[in-house]
Design a protein around this ligand. Sequence first.
Ligand code: AMP
Length: 288
Amino acid sequence: MRIIENLEEMRETAGELAIGGQSSGLVPTMGALHDGHASLLRRSAAENDVNIISIFVNPAQFMPGEDYESYPRTWDADLEAAEAAGVDIVFHPSAEDMYPPRAQTSVVVHALTRGLCGMSRGQGHFRGVTTVVAKLFNLVRPTRAYFGQKDAQQAVVIQRMVIDLNFPVEIIVCPIVREADGLALSSRNRNLPPEHRQRALALREALTLGRKLVRGGETDVSALTYAMGQHILRDNDIELDYLEIVSPETLEAVDKLDDLALIAGAVKIGGVRLIDNILVGPTGPWED
Ligand code: AMP
């Protein structure tokens, strides 16, 4: 496994792969790797000649007052996890190289970033995400890039960016990997104090409650949102950031559940922000 920190070296390597006709898969991450990341990496390994992970805690996507400083960083364990998941190249640029002092260009996807996490974290969050992903695509030039459904809005936004800016890359969205009790794996789970670990399940429980109600024939979005919100808010130590039912394609609010919909939520527990989502429709899916 090769580690590349230098931008030029990454760009040259990408060029050599292209000349050699080798396909490459890129899994962009912020490190603190877990089995969710590993599932993306294994898929990338299976589908490409060369498997590349980027590990970069991207300062541009953290808003003022967010957890950039305290975001977990577990470099040695990440290298082991990457190796075990069949990674060939770890791309690990520095923030100084990625954002030199005179940089002033960014990529913005408009309407899709206004709601959900764009509303609660500020649109600057997604500007940071799309800008860094565009830069990674230019440096790595992957044949395919892998993203998790866990960050459902991010996946939709990246797919839009790739179409709008004609990036020659195929985007593959992979299912959410969960703990045995249903908690979505997240690097931020490491920052959850043990006494809050059980509480963190409330969002997942609310989402599965929503699915159960839909399965029972409920199609009224306000009734669903109310029931799910109540489930979360009965614990005073959980702050509900948002809980919304939207179209999985446009991310716009729906008022009736007559088609496939995305229920997406974000909560804060003990200062840690967690997100999760579920796809539901009048005829399923009932599992995920
Ligand atoms: P992050 O390091 O949190 O920026 O995540 C890197 C990639 O891994 C993103 O595409 C995430 O959506 C994906 N990811 C994070 N957690 C999970 C999970 N539990 N299951 C599947 N994919 C995930």
